[in-house]
Design a protein around this ligand. Sequence first.
Ligand SMILES: NC(=O)c1ccc[n+]([C@@H]2O[C@H](COP(=O)([O-])OP(=O)(O)OC[C@H]3O[C@@H](n4cnc5c(N)ncnc54)[C@H](O)[C@@H]3O)[C@@H](O)[C@H]2O)c1
Length: 438
Amino acid sequence: MRISIFGVGYVGVVSSGCLVSVGHTVVAVDVAADKVALINQGKSPIVEVEIDELVANGVAEGKLTATTDVDAAIGQTEVSFISVGTPSAPNGSVSMVAVEAVLASIGRALRKKATPHTIVMRSTVPPGTAETLAIPILERESGLRHGQGFTYYSNPEFLREGSSVRDFHAPPFTLIGAPDGDDAQVVREIYASVDAPVHVAPFKVAEAAKYLSNVYHAVKLAFANEAGAILAAHGVDARASFRLFCEDRVLNISPAYLRPGFAFGGSCLPKDIRSFLALADDRDIPAPFLSQVLPSNISIIDRTFAAIAAHGRQQVALFGLAFKSGTDDLRESPFVLLAEKLIGKGFDLKIYDRSVETARLTGANRAYIDREIPHIERFMVGDVAAALEGSPLAVVGHIGAEDRPALLGALGKRTVLDLAGIPDLQKLPLVTYQGLCW
Ligand SMILES: NC(=O)c1ccc[n+]([C@@H]2O[C@H](COP(=O)([O-])OP(=O)(O)OC[C@H]3O[C@@H](n4cnc5c(N)ncnc54)[C@H](O)[C@@H]3O)[C@@H](O)[C@H]2O)c1
């Protein structure tokens, strides 16, 4: 394919060199005339393993050229990649100045082009960019409609500097944000030689996945560095501990606990974080990152309370009281905290949790209930129907398989706040369905 690449920085040069090496023809475009001149001399404007040779070969074979002339580049190619910088603005938000400028220049060039063109965003841009910024700028400047004369895709970049040529050929996946019902065939073809799964997703989901990746990498590093310092201060070989920690591919290095939802709780996580922070305090090791974990968790309970209160002061049916489904363990349950907050603010509440109810009746967890939550017990009811009676708002924290049919069958004509992400709930004829973060 003939591809123009706008922005010849780290991403643009690597993409240019690698795309040429797999058989495409590339026109590199930059506003910096010195970078353009360097490429045309067969030299890479960035330092990166293997890239000098790829650029030199591409230019020698006549498959890689560079220019500052946008019209010429658009005229000679059928696809344009955008890989201009998106640095931080002074207030921490992302500066879209270069992205907006390049989109506008491509749009204007499209006015002079008779054949369809594909635009692919490789820069890291905030979710919503495709629909609220990129496509509108392209439509305004080109006078064309999206899908009629040009098509826009987002295709976030996952290369790491230092190993980016290797990463180009073996990425974790190829991620394409595309319009509804479009399987992004043009973009797939560009990567035909790359052996990696291709995921096509709605624009915002794809754009967000790139942010999630980098934020998560930073979170992993902050966790490892801070925890390592705390352990080392107690004479532990932190790297040896982390090696073992990473051996657990079931709970640690895995998708476990990476599904956004309601606050965590239970008898282990809050207690052990507090205990780990006490180890940090004991040796005066600052732990600004880890010390925010429990406040972050509490803020989710507060946010959930605010979402309930936004529906007005009415009777609420709360499903789930133990910290998770299928246990009667009420220790540090976030649902108990939520219930306490609702009761404290004067909400009428009906709570149903089969496991807690069983424990309450059989006496298994009776002592805990009497000692710790006697103020909540009087709001507990014995079945789904009793919880829903008189409750226009249902908050579904968790619900066991045995009670699910009864709940789904009786929820109709209510407003539901779903804290668990139960797919069947979204299909019901509810007054309002509200997911916590979906
Ligand atoms: N560097 C990485 O490892 C990496 C990895 C993945 C994603 N990203 C993302 O890719 C994007 C590019 O990053 P980078 O590190 O390559 O940036 P960079 O700053 O190295 O390069 C950006 C290039 O864009 C050029 N440019 C600016 N305005 C232009 C315009 N209107 N027309 C043409 N060219 C223009 C600049 O002159 C510069 O050469 C960013 O959004 C970044 O977040 C970077």
